[in-house]
Design a protein around this ligand. Structure first.
Ligand SMILES: C[C@H](N)C(=O)N[C@@H](Cc1c[nH]cn1)C(=O)O
Ligand SMILES: [Zn+2]
Ligand SMILES: [Zn+2]
Length: 479
């Protein structure tokens, strides 16, 4: 049976309180990538555990120990494991989400305070860091449970929750935790399938279900020289300058057309098949969609398929920033003594962080040697994760497609996502079950960007979608 009407009515009737729940979550600046925010990541974990317990979920916040971030030893945020339902006649569905967010400062260019959920009544957009990635989708699962409990509707499945607080910073400790709890009687034992809501539609009109993710290999390249920062008038043209060396090195990584210059990378990429080409052609997508999401006419190609393939099935290399460089307003005449370039490569089948590391380290060392500088080079891999592909013909996908048709009256696009969620492959391999990505947000949500938003309708209809999906998987008989 599809999700009952009372479920939809409860969600519509309680949209205001669901938005309040999201506002409370957005107000906690749970940025995992900067040490000074760590206490807020813990506060977010407590908030979530409290919300879950209030719904009758059995919660276990698992301590993952410590790690080192930028030279500082810090406690890792807990993984929140939750159980609701132990009926042997029902399937066990594992849902995953992350409660940490990317950094956000008003000075980055936000029009509102990033940690205050700011709805625009005219457009229905709700602005705030994490609204779409991933606090809105994560809370969507709790909204679903609340709607069932308060409307006295039996949940058609047993639910297991796995919420982490380090996804935006390499998911440290999570794989080990999962692998240690897959045995008989352990938390992940008996899971029938996994659903993750943590990516985005291709555009702002057509929902999608997603069967692939790119992996990632993230690097820090440090160039150092003088013992301290120097006066450029006194030392310019007399010493090797680390910033100049680093800029030359970073300039050798990728062309302005997006082609990766590191030898050997392209031969790791799996060849395209004819079937795969057909999948791009049928997607509801135009080059204007990516330009709308980017907010400017900046697409690398005018060809829809080329753009889609660039996001879904080819690697990319992006340069993210330079630590230690002068970046404040004004015109300081400094020669920075030590600078670190940060870049990452998105990985596709058959690339792995390990086989890419070998190529990257060798290439950077060779190119650095060509500079003939007396500066020193240090290369680090900060984190990595493999790409993932699932079978979209599985019943888990059929349930998601049916639920989307019920809620949105549209057949969803079948997509691969350009971003990375490293735990997806861990779940697939460690539990041996199908994993599905069922996004809530739109392609123009601005995840990781300034003015991130989630449309009110995506939050509310998205909550209905997650609930409908549970009803669809619930009616598929348990084998
Ligand atoms: C797709 C997901 N919502 C996401 O944003 N993932 C991040 C994961 C990550 C990896 N390193 C840092 N963050 C992403 O794809 O960037
Ligand atoms: Zn993210
Ligand atoms: Zn995310």
């Amino acid at each position: 049976m599809a999700a009952p009407q009372q479920f939809f009515s409860y969600v519509d009737g309680n949209a205001g309180s669901f938005i309040q729940r999201l506002a409370k979550a957005v107000a906690i600046p749970s940025v995992s990538g900067d040490g000074s925010s760590r206490k807020h990541v813990f506060a977010m974990a407590e908030f979530l555990a409290h919300e879950m317990e209030a719904l009758g979920i059995q919660v276990n916040s698992v301590d993952l120990g410590n790690h080192v971030l930028d030279g500082e030893e810090l406690p890792l945020p807990p993984v929140i494991l939750g159980s609701f339902g132990h009926d042997p006649k029902k399937k066990i569905i594992l849902v995953y989400g992350h409660y940490d967010v990317q950094p956000a400062l008003v000075s980055d260019g936000w029009d509102t305070d990033p940690f205050v959920l700011s709805p625009d009544e005219k457009t229905g957009r709700m602005y705030g860091r994490g609204a779409s990635d991933d606090k809105g989708p994560l809370l969507g699962w709790l909204n679903v449970l609340e709607a069932h409990i308060k409307s006295n509707i039996e949940l058609p499945v047993n639910l297991r929750f796995c919420f982490e607080g380090m996804e935006e910073s390499g998911s440290e400790g999570l794989d080990e935790l999962i692998n240690s709890r897959v045995g008989p009687g352990e938390f992940f034992d008996g899971v029938d399938c996994v659903c993750i809501s943590d990516n985005y539609w291709l555009n702002d009109r057509t929902p999608c279900v997603t069967y692939g993710l790119r992996g990632i290999a993230y690097y820090k390249v440090q160039v150092s020289g003088p013992q301290r920062d120097l006066h450029s008038g006194v030392f310019g043209n007399t010493v090797h300058e680390p910033m100049t060396d680093l800029i030359h090195l970073l300039g050798q990584l990728v062309s302005t057309k997006g082609e990766i210059k590191i030898p050997g990378i392209s031969s790791l990429v799996a060849p395209v098949t004819a079937d795969e080409m057909k999948r791009y052609e049928v997607l509801d997508y135009t080059v204007a969609d990516i330009e709308h999401s980017a907010g400017a006419q900046v697409a690398i190609s005018d060809n829809k398929t080329r753009v889609l393939m660039g996001r879904m099935r080819e690697p990319s290399l992006s340069i993210h920033g330079i630590e230690g460089a002068f970046s404040a307003p004004g015109a300081k005449t400094v020669i920075p003594a030590r600078v670190s370039g940060k870049f990452s490569i998105r990985l596709v089948p058959n690339m792995t962080p390990e086989n890419v590391d070998i190529l990257v380290f060798r290439y950077l060392q060779e190119e650095f040697a060509k500079l003939g500088t007396k500066s020193a080079l240090k290369i680090e891999n900060l984190h990595g994760g493999k790409p993932w592909l699932a079978d979209p013909n599985h019943w888990n996908y059929r349930a998601a497609i049916k639920a989307t048709e019920t809620v949105y009256k549209k057949t969803p696009d079948l997509t691969r996502e350009g971003g990375s969620i490293p735990v997806t492959l861990t779940f697939a391999e460690a539990l041996g079950v199908n994993v599905l990505l069922l996004p809530m947000g739109r392609g123009d949500d601005g995840a990781h960007s300034t003015n991130e938003k989630l449309d009110r309708s995506n939050y509310i209809e998205g909550t209905k979608l997650l609930g409908s999906y549970l009803h669809e998987v619930g009616i598929i008989s348990k084998s």
